[in-house]
Design a protein around this ligand. Structure first.
Ligand SMILES: [Zn+2]
Length: 436
């Protein structure tokens, strides 16, 4: 394999605070040189003038559907979808069939992913056995196995019993584990389809109140504060949730939070009737909530952007709105949607957006070099994404590598394209119209 030279890119590296024009030379999977005017002799060259080179993104929250729902997604299509979206590492949620609640099933999945040579996989284990919310799973054993599980979640549902959640936090704290909360009180949300309010009334659908999320955010922050365990709150969607996290961080609670692209970009009034590509949990909220989520992202209250990539079989999503499953696919649409809606509109600086896709999620997962997060410096493993920020295009879900087609951004005008994804020094994805 010849050495690869990425020439004259704008290198934006949130891990090392770098933002400069440079050539980056990759040799044997690693970054060998960074500088201006590097020799091109004998190198494969990507002309990257005008493009941005970032560390590969880290997806904190993906549903890859294996085992059990390979019709909706497989490990292979999910990880290939990640590369197409610029993600070189993915954390997958354990709400599969059966759930990922023990070292044997997790190690098997992890080893298969490793052998595929696509994006790196970090498996999130269940908090409770069978995701049933009753007995704790053996988190320490999952942490000690080859797959090194470091985060645990019953995502898809909250751990309903506060006593079990408290025990889980105490147990995880003992070995430095992270508990990821899916904040939803189903006694408040049950039967709901969209945000409770004017839109649910207009559509004649049962609503999911903001409160269904907020009571669990409040509860889990208190439990984290008492136990001292690290807590991460998944897919925040309301202004009050953001305010609670901001207050908790100010008083030293070890809490982090993520937001999805769809909650940052869309609100409930964007739902075009009964299109199930807009059915997700938590639901799209109000414009005021969207503004608060953006403010939380700007000021660092929200640490990371995670897509909650949730592919479903087309025939399932084609059911009537109130019978279709919740969830949308996200990894292949995230960057171009966010760049157009947040960066081009001057709401969020590019560096902050890239930080929330790389360094933020790495800090949440406590991932460090050499595993992830060395950045774009000599000696680092060459896991990077090259972004063409000039290209305007129409998002087309039919071209996704993911098996999922349930994307609310389908048909939308976007800007910014993942031109190349480089993993272990190899070009693992190249957009066919990309330059170079
Ligand atoms: Zn969830």
């Amino acid at each position: 394999m010849p050495d690869l030279l990425i020439a004259a890119a704008r290198v934006v590296d949130p891990f090392n605070g770098i933002d400069e024009i440079a050539d980056v030379l990759i040799s044997r999977g690693r970054i060998a040189k960074v500088g201006r005017g590097l020799s091109r002799d004998g190198k494969e060259v990507i002309e990257a003038s005008g493009m941005v080179l970032s560390p590969g993104f880290l997806e904190l929250h993906a549903h890859l559907r294996e085992p059990g729902d390979e019709d909706a997604e497989t490990l292979e299509t999910g990880l290939a979808s990640a590369l197409r979206g610029g993600y070189t590492a993915v954390c997958c949620m354990p709400n599969t069939r059966p759930p990922l609640d023990n070292p044997a099933v997790i190690s098997g999945l992890w080893a298969r992913a490793r052998d595929m040579g696509l994006a790196d996989l970090y498996v999130i284990g269940c908090v409770t056995r069978g995701r049933e919310g009753r007995e704790l799973s053996d988190m320490a054993m999952m942490n000690a196995c080859e797959a090194r599980v470091r985060a645990f979640s019953d995502d898809g549902a909250a751990v309903e019993d506060a006593g079990v959640m408290r025990l889980a936090l105490q147990y995880a704290a003992a070995f430095g584990g992270l508990i990821i909360s899916h904040p939803e009180d189903t006694r408040l949300s049950r039967g709901g389809q969209v945000n409770e309010g004017a839109v649910s009334t207009a559509l004649g659908l049962r609503g999911i109140p903001a409160l269904a999320e907020e009571v669990v955010v409040a509860r889990d922050i208190l439990l984290a504060e008492e136990t001292g365990c690290r807590l991460h709150l998944a897919h925040l969607s309301t202004a009050r949730s953001v305010n609670m996290v901001r207050d908790a961080k100010a008083r030293g609670v070890r809490v982090t939070a993520e937001v999805t692209p769809h909650h940052l970009v869309l609100n409930e009034s964007d739902i075009p009737g009964y299109d199930t590509s807009y059915k997700m949990n938590p639901p799209l909220r109000t414009p005021e909530d969207v503004a608060a989520l953006r403010e939380g992202l700007r000021d660092g209250t929200i640490d990371a952007i995670a897509t909650d990539h949730a592919p479903h079989r087309c025939e399932d999503k084609e059911k009537e709105f109130d019978h279709a499953p919740f969830g949308v696919v996200g990894m292949e649409s995230a960057f171009p949607v966010l760049f157009r809606e947040l960066v081009e509109s001057d709401e969020i600086p590019l560096e902050r957006l890239l930080g929330a896709l790389t360094r933020g999620p790495a800090e949440v997962m406590d991932l460090r070099p050499p595993e992830y997060g060395a950045g774009i410096v000599v000696g680092a493993r060459a896991d990077m994404v090259l972004l063409n920020l000039e290209e305007e295009w129409i998002m087309d879900a039919s071209r996704f590598v993911s098996k999922g087609r349930n994307c609310p951004f389908h048909g939308r005008s976007v800007k910014g394209r993942v031109a190349y994804t480089v993993k272990n020094g190899r070009v693992v994805y190249a957009h066919e119209d990309g330059r170079g």
